[in-house]
Design a binder for this molecule. Structure first.
Ligand code: DGJ
Length: 365
């Protein structure tokens, strides 16, 4: 006779994109919009703890740990929201999305950034939240939230764009060619200059030289930014750039391969999937060039019914990266699925994604 636990316990040896993925207790993994930190020979997957009803954060950010990327042990809620009525910025009922954690070797702190929306305010706050811990599995202490780089201009914005007098009242109608041109020329950057730039979908990237960057959808989700963090990862240096202005990118996931930077993003269609995009640069601070959808084959036009969240460099394998994406289920968010696929490279060294119903890490050998 099997015990219930033994009957449910999982021991995977392959990935099954889009299927229910159970942790080592046999419970479906609840870590959406996630990212993975490799620390001390172990992978740590951080993500949004979702419920069955809506997208609000009732608990916080979860963490799972694994040494093989297939089997994940639940380490629980590592950043807890504050109780209802506390009035805190992370009161239960706020929105916490796309948490990412990095480790700072100098301060020996684990640093978590996430997209924060204040309770009852929809998606208007557009803030980045910051939390830290001495231990990878927490508890993480909430530090603050805010917009990014108030009073600072992006390095790649021209003097003419900075000094333009065009404001939203000159181009009231959105989505017209004039409005796109105005956005492209920094309409929202100028609007938000005093209070800081909006920050919604986001990721973090630690470069080989230890310089670290926050990549986020800004300017009403119209333009991505890359902002350099200070050495302790607790603030911004003020150095930042705009990428693909007015290009409407969300869900940034960045990796570096053979000296080139690759950014996979999505368009902006709420919870509905859309074609992924690929942006490429020789220098993380630009220039970035946009390429077509890196997905090929059936359902490539919906990124295989998913949206990017992170790209995991696989340890001890050469040129091995896993594209990590979410298949959202907004009517029952907790049932959202994970779509993990190997990143392949074509003869020109450009990454592409081809759907695999089931695959394992030997694909990289
Ligand atoms: C798409 C984003 O990528 C998600 O993280 C979430 O913010 C939804 N939009 C909300 O509609």
């Amino acid at each position: 006779m099997f015990s219930l636990l033994a009957a449910n316990a999982q021991d995977y040896s392959s990935f099954h994109p889009g299927e229910i993925w159970k942790d080592t207790d046999g419970v479906p993994i609840n870590a959406h919009g996630g990212g993975v930190l490799f620390y001390n020979n172990t992978y740590y997957w951080f993500g949004e703890y979702k419920n069955e009803k809506n997208n609000s954060a009732e608990h916080g950010v979860t963490c799972y740990k694994s040494t093989d990327l297939y089997d994940w042990e639940n380490k629980g809620i590592v950043l807890e929201v504050d109780p209802v009525g506390s009035g805190s910025e992370i009161e239960a009922g706020c929105i916490i999305e796309r948490p990412k954690v990095i480790y700072n070797e100098k301060t020996r702190k684990f640093v978590m950034y996430f997209h924060l929306e204040l309770k009852g305010k929809g998606y208007d706050a557009a803030r980045v939240g910051l939390a830290i811990s001495d231990h990878v599995t927490g508890p993480y202490k909430y530090i603050r939230s805010g917009r990014v780089n108030p009073g600072k201009w992006p390095a790649n914005m021209t003097t003419k764009q900075r000094e333009s007098k065009i404001t939203s009242s000159d181009v009231e109608k959105w989505w017209t060619p004039e409005w796109y041109a105005a956005v492209n020329n920094g309409l929202f950057i100028r609007r938000d200059f005093p209070t800081g730039q909006m920050s919604r979908d986001m990721t973090l990237f630690v470069d080989e030289d230890a310089k670290t960057y926050h990549i986020y959808s800004s300017e009403e989700n119209l333009t991505l930014h890359i902002a350099e963090l200070t050495d302790d990862y607790m603030d911004y240096t003020g150095n930042y750039i705009r990428i693909d202005p007015a290009g409407h990118n969300e869900a940034p996931a960045l990796f570096k391969h053979q000296g080139k930077y690759f950014l996979i993003t999505s368009g902006c269609t709420g919870w509905d999937p859309n074609p992924a995009r690929l942006l490429v640069a020789d220098d993380i601070m630009g220039e970035w060039t946009r390429y077509p959808n890196p997905c090929i084959g059936e359902n490539s036009e919906t990124t295989f019914f998913s949206q990017s969240t992170y790209i995991i460099p696989v340890q001890d394998k050469k040129d091995a990266y896993i594209f990590m994406a979410d298949r959202w289920r907004p009517k029952n968010p907790v049932d959202g699925r994970y779509v993990w696929l190997p990143v392949f490279f074509n003869e020109e060294g450009m990454p592409f994604l081809d759907y695999q119903e089931e695959w394992d890490l030997t694909v990289f050998d």
